[in-house]
Design a protein around this ligand. Structure first.
Ligand code: NAP
Length: 274
């Protein structure tokens, strides 16, 4: 007799399963409809013909800059591989040209305003307009803040911050005139307030200022990107990601469609806090 009393409880279990199935069956159908409705409202995105664009990458003779130059070239852009030592630039350009990429080398020391102006003048004379500017050149310094000589600070600041300002001043006006342009600042998580400004003083301050510069240049449409810790001479043993991966994050922003984000700070492909 006690066994017979237990039977009704056992029959209730299948009823729960049916209820669960009903919910599961309803949800995906509703989601799919919503996605379709939103998608149908978006205007068709105009494809960009990258073969009509010229990209200038600073500090492109090695590291992330060289790989960004390669990836932009592979996307179809004509590439200006800018290097402070033209001979090193030519050396770096050889394998890219061997891949069939359109690469021109330009001498450009971003820490020297006159060098930036001279480079811009040479390109103007040659009838070359820069459509995409990647402010990549950068240096690192480990001097502690309390013993930081002004000259050391200024050297890092001139390269990492003022260099990007001078290049922006040299090339953004032409972009505005032609009503098309891309500017990517290669920043760093080590100079981000939201992540505690963890870099050594000169570097962190120069990158924080670069981020501030990005905000101030936002009307001219630059995006800032942090490539992650990338295996290059600058990162030393700390590098984790491959140069290809880090450069891919930079190239992604340089090749954004016309309705892409602007004036933001990106970790990888995601928008992040300054
Ligand atoms: P890298 O291998 O040391 O390369 C730095 C490049 O900048 C070199 O081509 C160097 O040229 C050039 N450069 C330095 N001073 C210059 C100047 N005054 N004018 C023109 N070019 C100059 O470093 P990287 O890792 O590729 O770094 C590239 C950028 O990514 C930097 O802005 C860096 O702050 C940023 N970043 C890197 C990492 C990382 O994990 N590697 C992480 C965050 C951000 P020379 O060969 O003549 O020295």
């Amino acid at each position: 007799m006690p066994a017979a009393k237990k039977k009704p409880a056992a029959r209730k279990a299948p009823a729960k399963k049916v209820a669960a199935k009903k919910v599961a069956a309803k949800k995906p159908a509703a989601k799919k409809t919503a996605v379709k409705k939103v998608a149908s409202k978006k205007p068709a995105r105009k494809a960009i013909d990258w073969t009509t664009k010229t990209a200038l990458v600073t500090g492109a003779n090695r590291g992330i800059g060289l790989e960004v130059a390669r990836q932009l070239g592979q996307a179809g852009c004509r590439v200006i591989l800018a290097a402070r030592d033209a001979a090193l630039g030519e050396e770096a350009a050889q394998p890219l040209r061997a891949e069939g990429l359109d690469v021109r080398v330009e001498k450009l020391d971003v820490s020297d305003e006159q060098s930036v102006k001279d480079c811009a003048a040479r390109l103007r004379q040659a009838g070359i307009a820069v459509d995409i500017l990647v402010n990549n050149a950068g240096i690192y310094d480990r001097t502690p803040v309390l013993t930081l000589p002004t000259e050391t600070f200024m050297n890092v600041f001139r390269t990492n911050t003022l260099g990007a300002l001078w290049c922006s001043q040299a090339f953004i006006p032409g972009m505005i005139e032609r009503q098309w342009g891309r500017v990517v600042m290669v920043s760093s998580g080590l100079g981000t307030f939201s992540r505690g400004m963890l870099g050594h003083p000169c570097y962190a301050i120069s990158k924080a200022a670069l981020n501030a510069l990005t905000v101030k240049l936002a009307q001219a449409a630059p995006d800032a990107v942090r490539p992650g810790w990338v295996k290059t001479r600058l990162a030393g043993d700390l590098g984790k990601d491959s140069v290809e991966t880090g450069a891919g994050r930079v190239a992604y922003l340089a090749l954004l469609p016309d309705d892409g984000p602007t004036g933001g700070y990106f970790r990888g492909q995601r928008s992040s806090r300054w």
